[in-house]
Design a protein around this ligand. Sequence first.
Ligand code: AMP
Length: 120
Amino acid sequence: MAYDDNNIFARILRGEIPCKKVHEDAHTLAFEDINPQAPVHVLVIPKGKYVSMTDFAEKASDAEMGALNRAVLKVVEAKELKEPGYRILANAGANAHQEVPHLHIHVFGGRALGPMLVKK
Ligand code: AMP
């Protein structure tokens, strides 16, 4: 899938839409999810134009990859999630119900999060 420059996170990165910033560095931005699913729900995104984790893993530099992991840690520290724990999740593609076509890692915490997936 080609990257869509008008996706909502591209617009946040350009400053066209506001966000509640949690962390920023040269390669990443982390901000509060607008529709939180847990007491803590932060999105961590690369500044580069990557549709999904697949795209990122195929094309990103080692510096970008390292920065994304470290940015997750920054959020975990800022939100005091190390103990009793947290969950990270990245949806990729239709089966995962990815809504925004710019890679984002969800960081959830602040309560017991239950089983990983709802059983069907
Ligand atoms: P996904 O289904 O993994 O693509 O998740 C997209 C996430 O982006 C959802 O949790 C939305 O609530 C969130 N979201 C959509 N628009 C915004 C926005 N303007 N600011 C912050 N989060 C947003």
